[in-house]
Design a protein around this ligand. Sequence first.
Ligand code: UGA
Length: 441
Amino acid sequence: MRLSVIGCGYLGAVHAASMAQLGHDVIGIDVDEYKVESLRAGRAPFYEPGLPELLTEVGATGRLTFSTDIADAAGADVHFICVGTPQVHGEFRADLRYVNSAVEALLPHLRSGDVVAGKSTVPVGTAEAIAEAIEATGAVLVWNPEFLREGFAVEDTLHPDRLVYGLPTDDDGEPTADGSKARSVLDEVYATPLSEDIPLVVTDYATAQLVKVAANSFLATKISFINAMAELCESTGADVTRLADAIGYDARIGRRFLNAGLGFGGGCLPKDIRAFMARAGELGVSDALSFLREVDSINMRRRVRMVDLAREVCHGSIVGRRVAVLGASFKPDSDDVRDSPALSVAAQLQLQGAHVTVTDPQAIANARAKWPDLHFAETALEAARDADVVLLATEWAEYREIDPDDLASVVAHRRILDGRNVLQPARWRAAGWTYRALGRP
Ligand code: UGA
């Protein structure tokens, strides 16, 4: 099939390349010339494991092209909307300007029978408005949310946990004739994953839009739940990692996403729960989501606690102390620093008078662009030179495996703060380190 993918960020670039891998002819569209140039040259404009290989593989087939001109999307059978929906500055709600301008720009190129598939994370009600905006062209909108995780984006796109189609429905809640046709088109797009028995949920627009924010809210709640337990553990001498193991054995609870530490960040979970709260307020049901405010607060408190812990191990003051922060990205295997807990803690420490040196295997350039006043080093050993305290903030494999003796040879004081609960306390203590963590004795 011929597909267009509008927006080539973390979501769209991976989607475009993956769809080409599935055998479709794909044109990726983005207004950012740098991104388009880079993708055209077969280079990923951001760090995502597996994407460079995928771009090389599909590049050789000639099935994947990129353009800054939306007119080049004309003629595609399906147009995927993959643009960002960031948080409005100073408010909780989502900024829909990129979605709206993508739809507006696409409008003159739509033909009757084309399918527009919305993948961006949007407030419920957006799909209905887009469907109305494109109605006169005879194109049909399907809401097809995306659940990929950064760091696993290629795998998640080619082999998703589930596919969701939100179709236009009639008064009885059944798909309209156009909706059923659009469903067949998407079935063809996703023929390969569907042949692997990946579950497909076919529903209406509102449900499909809500599925996405409900999923992210649940994940955020799970993380904040365990971080709330970490607060209890801190005041009782209990160990949150053992607690998570023990409750995680209950299959109804499950151990995944129960890792206590610095909490969640990134371009999705924080802004999605806030946008969801804002939308609930507009719909007059803000009470239904008032718990998300607490989820957000628990999450933010972990960052404050980390700064306090650094002060504590430095005997009450971090002014003039040298702090090494291992990790700048919001999670390992990503160069994304949007709302990164690691960077937020690093910046706070620096603002409060510490001399902070940050390192990261992939995110230094992005981190420097955001916080130019921080100091940066290429390696953990370089960052930790003469440090009074070392803080593991993002659990990259190379930091999890760092040797306490190697690190001890460069620091001024052997103090390690494990912001992600991934180090073995006994090993570090045996090597003469003061080991502290969030939610652990
Ligand atoms: C998240 C969702 O997991 C995806 O399903 C969704 O598609 C995506 O948002 C999106 O909306 O586009 P992502 O932002 O890539 O994916 O990152 P996650 O793996 O969810 O991690 C989010 C944050 O939670 C990270 O900062 C991570 O360090 C933190 N986290 C995760 C914890 O603190 N503890 C855990 O147990 C798990």
